[in-house]
Design a protein around this ligand. Structure first.
Ligand SMILES: *[C@@H]1O[C@H](CO)[C@@H](O)[C@H](O)[C@H]1NC(C)=O
Ligand SMILES: *[C@@H]1O[C@H](CO)[C@@H](O)[C@H](O)[C@H]1NC(C)=O
Ligand SMILES: *[C@@H]1O[C@H](CO)[C@@H](O)[C@H](O)[C@H]1NC(C)=O
Ligand SMILES: *[C@@H]1O[C@H](CO)[C@@H](O)[C@H](O)[C@H]1NC(C)=O
Ligand SMILES: *[C@@H]1O[C@H](CO)[C@@H](O)[C@H](O)[C@H]1NC(C)=O
Ligand SMILES: *[C@@H]1O[C@H](CO)[C@@H](O)[C@H](O)[C@H]1NC(C)=O
Ligand SMILES: *[C@@H]1O[C@H](CO)[C@@H](O)[C@H](O)[C@H]1NC(C)=O
Ligand SMILES: *[C@@H]1O[C@H](CO)[C@@H](O)[C@H](O)[C@H]1NC(C)=O
Length: 682
């Protein structure tokens, strides 16, 4: 039987020059008209016969698959066949060292990836199906961006992915030479790279081998033992997927061979089509240079004329701004996108400025543009230097920062557009529909994992400093997404160095903040606790109009907890339709996070662990403090502060100055009190 099959494939191999027998094919370039390959997204075969999956435009997806599914399993006993594939690819980044996101060799049960996302999802999955075992997706990723959400090891790696983009095993891109020496390999060098992916069904070992030349190294860069049978179905599609994100690269496949139950034909880099390199472009530039020079003189005269006219409107870019990275939008682009910052496009007033809805062209994307005016240029400059790191933060529960622009004292930040607006509006502003318990629980869980990522998931701790309901935005699926992270830093920079300003919002502000003037992960947890209670109770952390005993939400919840009437605090609009265990858990957690003593609060990691049911919660809670226990640590500062708020007069006290606009407050601590508090701490 076996020998018959081999004979059969041998016959077909010799009879068709571009072999296209069902379980074996070899493409030395893709320009042969006999080649039948399916393309979707922006993928195309260019005039040189190169399969181009993406170009250097942001947020693109390209797919290409062998058009018919291949039989991957022995129908008699269900074992996955051995297979091997070899392909040559080139990644040309947008900027010499900056490009994204990556390319993946894919084995999937369908070739329909319409609901998949670009960026870190590589055009394969989306935020809701990532990790789902019913995806039946196997991929080997060649990833050029480090995504912390998926635990990527670096921004130049190869990984084996099963139903997810968190790799089961990954390795920095490299290759071995015959003397077993390992050499680094830059995936986005713009030069061709050969890759071999081989699976042996007897040992269940999958190998991935890379090389910058046509000879296959003896040693693979990745070798991973796993049984593919739960992932692979009887028939599967094979092909490639690539995506771009904030950073973009052109992803090309020059040639591809595949064989079931045997070694795929080897490819020779020399006989594959090659992409026009930058050198060629330069030559052309030199030849046409002289012609251009004369045109240039003429053009510059015309340009100069227009420049003088436009100089008032000019979006003057200062030297330092060039160093920030590539996501600088032009002012004109954003002005156009928001129709000249028209009032009709206004989405709301954030704590830091106005937010407009915008529509970018090319690719057409809906965005939210936040316009911040800052009194200090130096402040903006220092803040902008952090934009590159804020822009690298990626998590499904964060509102993604897409880019920025500065013009004079105005800073414009461009974010993903969140069609459902803020949680605040959904809770209080006569919402279209009342959020049910399940939705609320999901939102809170999302916010918790977003904050955990900020605190622990990134290379440095990122403090939010202004967690509150109006900074939680809801996406199409009503997932909670944390917005405005890192923005409060703006108020640290460029202010008088002799004072430290604390920015926060009444009711969410940890009591130690006015004293120490130093935000910590603990102060974010405090604010998260207030948010938690707010969502469960449907009331603001401090209600202006409520009776005196209900002034502070956390105290009211604590009173009811002590009295054994805890379910009385739950939002009446839920009509008692909620999961009692979940409600109880969240309320207890809210009280724990609201503790006036920072060390008594859980960390975000613990919070998430409680919510996931990984850690059992104790039924014994300590009083959060506040008005009942005579303040925190016995010094009563926060009480005074609350009371002064209650009588709606912010007064200058000896230790700190409070200024307020609406619910947003800003506290300046004088250097004297900072010295005092650090002495206290010792
Ligand atoms: C990249 O591809 C997109 C979609 O096909 C297209 O709109 C855009 O013009 C292309 N960009 C370049 C630089 O070729
Ligand atoms: C390509 O292959 C698919 C699937 O085998 C088939 O439906 C389609 O007609 C083929 N197209 C061409 C142009 O041969
Ligand atoms: C499938 O498995 C059966 C039972 O082990 C074996 O007899 C048969 O040769 C296998 N078929 C293929 C195509 O490998
Ligand atoms: C299935 O058949 C193949 C031979 O075709 C054999 O190598 C493999 O061990 C068999 N698997 C099982 C689970 O019987
Ligand atoms: C994610 O993909 C699945 C199918 O792959 C789809 O059912 C779901 O609607 C998608 N979710 C989003 C948010 O697009
Ligand atoms: C996985 O996907 C299937 C089918 O799309 C869906 O029914 C199931 O709920 C998903 N499981 C999880 C845990 O999301
Ligand atoms: C690894 O692979 C298995 C399936 O073989 C899967 O269940 C698991 O979640 C994968 N991911 C990681 C990160 O180990
Ligand atoms: C995988 O690589 C190892 C060497 O690390 C080798 O022994 C094994 O035969 C290889 N397996 C396949 C399927 O290529």
């Amino acid at each position: 039987m076996n020998s018959f099959l081999i004979l059969l494939s041998a016959i077909s191999f010799f009879s068709i020059p571009v072999s296209s027998q069902l379980d074996e094919f070899t493409y030395n370039g893709f320009n042969d008209p006999k080649i039948n390959i399916s393309l979707s997204g922006v993928a195309q075969i260019d005039k040189n016969g190169i399969l181009q999956l993406t170009n250097e435009t942001r947020r693109l997806i390209g797919h290409s698959f062998f058009p018919s599914p291949l039989e991957f399993k022995n129908s008699t006993n269900g074992t996955v066949f051995s297979f091997s594939t070899c392909f040559a690819f080139v990644i040309v980044p947008e900027y010499p060292r900056l490009g994204g996101h990556g390319l993946a060799f894919t084995i999937s049960s369908s070739q329909d990836f319409k609901s998949a996302l670009p960026s870190q999802y590589l055009g394969l999955l989306n935020s809701s199906d990532v990790g789902n075992n019913s995806n039946h997706l196997f991929a080997v990723e060649f990833d050029t961006v480090q995504d912390f959400e998926f635990g990527d090891i670096n921004d130049n790696h190869v990984g084996i992915d099963v139903n997810s983009l968190a790799s089961n095993k990954s390795a920095a891109a490299a290759y071995f030479t015959d003397d077993s020496a390992k050499h680094d390999l830059n995936l986005k060098s713009g030069k061709p790279i050969l890759a071999w992916i081989e699976y042996d069904s007897i040992t269940s070992v999958l190998n991935v081998t890379l090389s910058p030349s046509s000879t296959k190294p003896r040693l693979p860069i990745l070798s991973y033992q796993m049984d593919l049978s739960p992932i692979i179905e009887e028939t599967m599609y094979v092909g490639f997927s690539a995506s771009t994100g904030l950073l973009a690269s052109s992803h090309y496949v020059l040639g591809w061979s595949f064989k079931m139950n045997g070694d795929a034909n080897s490819l020779n880099l020399g006989s594959l089509p090659s992409i026009p390199g930058p050198e060629k472009k330069n030559k052309v530039a030199i030849i046409t240079g002289s012609v251009l020079a004369s045109v240039f003189v003429l053009t510059s005269i015309i340009l100069a004329f227009f420049m003088v006219k436009k100089i008032k409107n000019a979006d003057k870019i200062e030297e330092w701004e060039h160093e920030i990275g590539p996501h600088r939008y032009s002012y004109q682009e954003l002005k156009q996108a928001t129709r000249g910052f028209k009032d009709s496009e206004l989405l709301g007033f954030g704590g830091f400025g106005r937010v407009y809805k915008g529509t970018l062209r090319n690719p057409r994307t809906e965005v939210a543009v936040k316009r911040i005016s800052h009194e200090s240029r130096q402040g903006i400059r220092e803040f902008v230097s952090e934009i590159s790191s804020i822009g690298r933060l990626r998590h499904r529960n964060l509102v993604q920062l897409l880019g920025w622009c500065r013009r004079g004292a105005d800073l414009l930040l461009v974010y993903d557009f969140m069609p459902n607006g803020s949680l605040d509006k959904f809770l209080f502003d006569n919402p279209k529909s009342v959020l049910n318990w399940e939705q609320r629980f999901k939102i809170i869980k999302g916010v918790a994992s977003g904050l955990l990522y900020l605190h622990e998931g990134y290379e440095q701790i990122v403090l939010h400093r202004d967690v509150k309901a109006s900074n939680v935005l809801l996406d199409t699926e009503l997932n909670g997404r944390v917005g405005d992270f890192g923005l409060a830093r703006l108020y640290d920079h460029g202010s008088n160095p002799s004072t430290t300003r604390v920015v926060g919002t009444m009711g969410y502000l940890a009591p130690e903040l006015p004293r120490t003037g130093r935000a910590t992960t603990g102060s974010d947890v405090f604010a998260f606790g207030a948010l938690l209670l707010e969502v469960a109770c449907g009331r603001r952390p401090i209600e202006h109009k409520a009776g005196p005993e209900e002034l502070v939400l956390v105290d009211w919840v604590w009173d009811n907890w002590r009295e054994g009437t805890i379910f009385n605090v739950v939002d009446q609009r839920l009509n008692s339709e909620f999961d009692k265990n979940e409600v109880l858990m969240l309320l207890k957690l809210g009280l724990m996070c609201s503790n006036n003593v920072p060390s008594a609060r859980p960390s975000m990691r613990q919070v998430v662990s409680y919510m996931e049911g990984e850690t059992e919660m104790s039924n014994i809670l300590t009083a959060p403090g506040g008005n009942h226990d005579g303040g925190f640590g016995g010094d009563g500062g926060f009480d005074d502060y609350l009371h002064s708020y209650a009588s709606s007069s912010f007064e200058k006290t000896s230790s700190y100055t409070v200024t307020a606009s609406g619910d947003n407050i800003s506290i300046s601590t004088s250097p004297l009190s900072l010295i005092n508090s650090s002495r206290e701490a010792r």
